[in-house]
Design a protein around this ligand. Structure first.
Ligand SMILES: NC(=O)c1ccc[n+]([C@@H]2O[C@H](COP(=O)([O-])OP(=O)(O)OC[C@H]3O[C@@H](n4cnc5c(N)ncnc54)[C@H](OP(=O)(O)O)[C@@H]3O)[C@@H](O)[C@H]2O)c1
Length: 329
């Protein structure tokens, strides 16, 4: 990094925004100047970041008048919808964590291990995919390249942090018997097959995000995919059962070696030692953990995988910072 870039972090007080700051600190991303934004509620709060004290600013329509080069948006769909176009109109390139632009044909949907070349096709906005999709496609891309995926069945077990700070509060309050505010039912002691809103056909929007975003990222617009997305009483890290059918035959050992040698993946697969991916072990990591790899005997060429990733890091913040690194370098 030769130049000093001006970077805005929008939603810097949320769980994703705070993780963005943490990842930037870990990578010692000190060759940029930062402005940290939130809503009016947290504006004025002070925080320590990269050795300096920052005062959080309220995001307004004038916020992007001061020539930002890049912005990472982590403040929800309505904020991105309103403010990302304003930022772009002032010459700022936006990396957006919300779902509003992801399926827009002019917006690259990027996971750097999978389709980094798309970053430079941007017209001002680059979308970070859904957290559940990111960890899935990191594991699926090398398999698709070698064996050609024919169909995918996703079943997710998603942490409460995926619903932001209010999701975490619902779990913590639920343990004390306090009624939920974010989720429609208590999440403590429950699994809720309901993430985001229901669509007319009975799927949830979260399930459609996984289906449509996987197709876009793998560049397979008609790939048959189905999904069931479930919120579970886990604080952080999403777990996923992924059933994959291939067009060609494979050796299960070759699949394990292929995954082990692919970028961003750690193979955790030794059942004799009860060794498989766990949310508690993935917490705080940028890698995606894959295990329980076994043949699905119900179809000619199928496998089952258990895939675990930190939704706040690789599922959001770290993926966005990886994109920023590529833009800057
Ligand atoms: N959580 C995840 O695992 C995850 C993963 C992938 C993508 N995402 C996406 O990332 C985004 C942020 O999610 P989150 O989980 O971090 O939510 P969160 O914990 O609820 O944080 C929301 C952030 O947005 C700010 N905000 C709210 N309204 C605003 C406004 N009008 N103007 C400026 N800032 C505003 C909040 O500021 P205040 O402190 O002032 O309220 C806070 O900093 C969402 O689009 C979400 O879908 C989340």
């Amino acid at each position: 990094m030769q130049n000093r870039y001006k970077v805005a972090i929008v939603g810097s007080t949320g769980v994703v925004g705070k993780t963005v700051l943490k990842v930037l600190e870990e990578k010692n991303f000190s060759n940029c100047t930062y402005t940290l934004f939130s809503s009016k509620k947290s504006a004025g709060t002070k925080l320590q970041f990269l050795g300096q004290t920052y005062i959080i600013q309220e995001l307004t329509e004038d916020s992007f008048n001061s020539n930002f080069d890049y912005a990472i948006f982590c403040a929800g769909g309505s904020v991105s919808e309103k403010f990302a176009p304003i930022a772009v109109s002032k010459g700022c390139t936006v990396i957006d964590n919300s779902s509003v632009f992801r399926m827009n044909i002019d917006v690259p949907l990027v996971v750097p291990e999978v389709n980094p070349e798309k970053i430079f096709e941007n017209k001002g906005i680059i979308a970070n995919p859904n957290c559940s999709t990111i960890q899935a496609v990191v594991a699926l891309k090398p398999l698709d390249d070698k064996y050609k995926i024919k169909r995918i069945v996703y079943s997710t077990y998603q942490a409460v942090s995926g619903a932001g700070k209010s999701g975490i509060e619902d779990l913590e309050n639920g343990i004390k018997g306090i009624a939920p505010k974010k989720f429609p039912h208590p999440i403590f002691n429950n699994c809720l097959p309901h993430i985001d809103v229901f669509m007319a056909d009975g799927y949830t929007k979260e399930e459609y995000k996984m289906i449509n975003e996987t197709r876009k990222i793998l560049n397979k617009p008609y790939l048959p995919i189905t999904a069931t997305a479930v919120r579970v009483p886990v604080k952080n890290c999403h777990s996923e059962s992924i059933n994959v059918e291939f067009k060609t035959n494979f050796d299960i050992y070759d699949i394990k070696m292929l995954l082990q040698n692919s970028p961003g993946i750690v193979l955790v697969d030794d059942i004799e030692k009860d060794y498989y991916p766990l949310a508690t072990k993935a917490d705080g990591c940028d890698d995606i953990f894959v295990g329980r790899i076994r043949r699905d005997f119900s179809v000619p060429y199928g496998i089952n995988l258990w895939v675990v990733g930190d939704n706040l890091r690789k599922g959001a913040a770290s993926n966005a910072v990886q994109i920023l690194e590529k833009l800057i370098s």
